[in-house]
Design a protein around this ligand. Structure first.
Ligand SMILES: [Ca+2]
Ligand SMILES: [Ca+2]
Length: 339
């Protein structure tokens, strides 16, 4: 490019000095060329530089302004982000705390669960009022599960004039003396004799020998127990459910139901009544059976040795407010035997 320019610029010069000596002309041309080159260099070099300086100078001030604006914007942006994080990031922070409060609400729901534990403690009174087989209808058809109803935690015992542990009515049933604590004069009190398996009406005789008691035998389920022979025995639903009723409509019931899972009486009882604990005093055992009794001894759930059946024995006072035959029920229970 330069060489082309040189040639182009050289031509008019050489044209002008066509009359001059070729050498001098050449030298002059060379000098001119140099000058021109100088000029050209200056021109070429300086002009853009000035240009650039001016431009860059203008750009600098512009850039500074822009930089200030940009910086301001940047600062504003940072400040905005800061504000955002302060306002909204601290807000989501309360949100987690609100979520922490939600578990606190769950804790509040858990506090009802402790309330539910008092509720299970309120089921303790239900534990006191143990499920009882209906006391008013002794002739109900037996179902798989014995019909249950609330029973008083403690019975009001019938009158016991001589205070020997047997009610006047029980003494009458057994042929003992309601006015004597030791009816057969063998030095043992009537109530104690019954509890020990002895006849309070006959000295040195077992309770099974009492003339007013007989054995009820259930052929289907192979169990037997002592009961007052003067009382009426009725069956309802075959041999599954039998009722032994006193003349004044108090009664015992013996209800048999299958135990397909072959559960122990403890497992069955817990499942049946949702009881968390069975205290040692509730355990009872007899001839070929294990059972659980309620507090006042008016209900016993028992299982036979082979865990084939669950048998429920219960005593109901019927329409009577007083329990006149709890010791007679005790005789039946203690004598209850599975063959
Ligand atoms: Ca008595
Ligand atoms: Ca005696």
């Amino acid at each position: 490019m330069f060489s082309l320019n040189k040639k182009e610029l050289k031509k008019p010069e050489s044209g002008k000095s066509a009359t001059e000596q070729p050498e001098a002309a050449a030298a002059k041309a060379k000098k001119e060329e140099k000058d021109w080159l100088k000029d050209e260099n200056i021109m070429v070099y300086v002009m853009p530089e000035n240009f650039r300086v001016q431009k860059t100078g203008g750009d600098n001030s512009k850039m500074t302004g822009l930089f200030i604006i940009g910086g301001g914007l940047f600062f504003f942006l940072i400040a905005s982000i800061g504000m955002y994080f302060y306002l909204f990031k601290t807000k989501p922070a309360p949100q987690p705390t609100a979520q922490v409060e939600q578990p606190a609400v769950v804790k509040k729901e858990n506090t009802p669960t402790p309330i539910a534990t008092p509720a299970s403690e309120t089921s303790k009174p239900a534990k006191e009022t143990e499920p009882v087989i209906s006391t008013t209808t002794p002739t109900t058809t037996p179902s798989q599960t014995p019909p249950v109803a609330a029973a008083p935690a403690t019975f009001i015992l019938g009158e016991d004039k001589d205070g020997d542990g047997l009610t006047d009515k029980e003494e009458a049933v057994l042929g003992a003396d309601p006015a004597s604590r030791d009816s057969d004069k063998d030095s043992y009190e009537d109530g104690q004799e019954v509890l020990s398996g002895y006849d309070p009406a006959q000295a040195a005789k077992k309770i099974a020998e009492n003339k007013k008691l007989g054995s009820y035998d259930n052929k289907t389920y192979n169990y037997n127990f002592l009961y007052p022979i003067a009382w009426e025995v009725t069956k309802s639903g075959g041999d599954d459910s039998i009722t032994v009723k006193s003349p004044d409509n108090q009664f015992f019931q013996v209800i048999v139901q299958p135990n397909p899972a072959k559960e122990s009486i403890l497992d069955w009882y817990k499942k049946q009544f949702n009881y968390q604990e069975v205290t040692a005093g509730m355990n009872i055992s007899g001839n070929e059976w294990e059972g659980i009794k309620n507090k006042n001894g008016s209900i016993v759930y028992l299982v036979d040795k082979n865990k084939k059946y669950i048998i429920t024995l219960n005593y109901g006072t019927g329409e009577s407010a007083a329990a006149d035959y709890l010791s007679i029920f005790g005789i039946a229970l203690r004598s209850f035997a599975i063959k």
